[in-house]
Ligand binder design. Structure first.
Ligand code: DC
Length: 229
């Protein structure tokens, strides 16, 4: 049996940490679609493309082949064959990804790769449009959110741990701007799918959110099994 779990939500809600843990518990593959958009953004930045030039973003992305492979269960993003994981988690790349991911030709390039992964194996896939567009028939859909301050605090601590200088107010402002862009773009905006379960992680620990998602998955699949028998 192949199962698909879709987790969507705004930046900093804890999607990747939680999706990775849920995948580990169930021995599924974790697919981080944000990393694919970030790899594309990294390519555009490296090519010196102006973030306001939508036409040029659409043209330039045609020269970037994104693929992924797994090493010890970790997703490695390959950009024209080069492992670019080390460059993807900066604010600069995240902000560019939020802009370039609104360009239809960028999304088209990544859509088939994401669908193919979920067709071939059981996945926990996180992103912005997984439940609404990429995997509309996913077995479980979660919309994971939190208010902007706890999200900014988490991001601040993450950056501090990496030794990067950062400012909490600026991070919160960036997060709010990114939410606006992700939720208001024309193509595949971030929104909760009608059949997604809303989980607000503002006052929950990572373990509590993981347990909640596992519980939702198990009750859903148990029901399916008992219907079949
Ligand atoms: O989740 P993240 O911060 O790594 O994502 C980076 C950007 O990529 C985010 O601002 C929106 C975009 N994105 C998207 O449009 N669709 C997805 N499925 C995943 C990410």
């Amino acid at each position: 049996m192949i199962y698909n779990i879709a987790i969507d939500g705004p930046a900093g809600a804890g999607k990747s940490t939680i999706a990775r843990r849920v995948a580990k518990e169930l021995s599924f593959i974790y697919v981080d679609t944000g990393a694919m958009y970030r790899a594309m953004a990294f390519y555009l930045l490296r090519e010196g493309v102006d973030r306001n030039n939508t036409e040029l973003i659409g043209d330039t992305c045609q020269n970037a082949e994104i693929s992924i492979e797994y090493q010890d269960g970790e997703q490695i993003v390959l950009l024209n064959g080069e492992n670019v994981n080390a460059y993807l988690r900066t604010e600069e790349v995240g902000n560019m990804a939020s802009v370039s991911s609104a360009v239809p030709r960028v999304r088209e390039k990544l859509l088939s790769l994401q669908r193919k992964l979920a067709k071939d194996m059981s996945v926990v896939m996180d992103g912005r449009d997984i439940g609404t567009t990429i995997l509309p028939d996913a077995d479980v859909k979660i919309y994971l959110t939190a208010s902007s301050l706890p999200r900014a605090r988490r991001r601040y601590l993450e950056l501090q741990e990496k030794g990067e200088t950062c400012n909490l107010d600026e991070i919160q402002k960036d997060i709010e701007e990114r939410d606006q862009r992700d939720m208001n773009r024309e193509i595949s905006p971030l929104r909760q799918a009608d059949d997604a379960v809303l989980v607000d992680s503002s006052d929950l620990t990572i373990e509590q959110v993981v347990d909640r998602i596992l519980e939702i998955f198990r009750s859903k699949t148990e029901k399916e099994v008992s219907h079949e028998s």
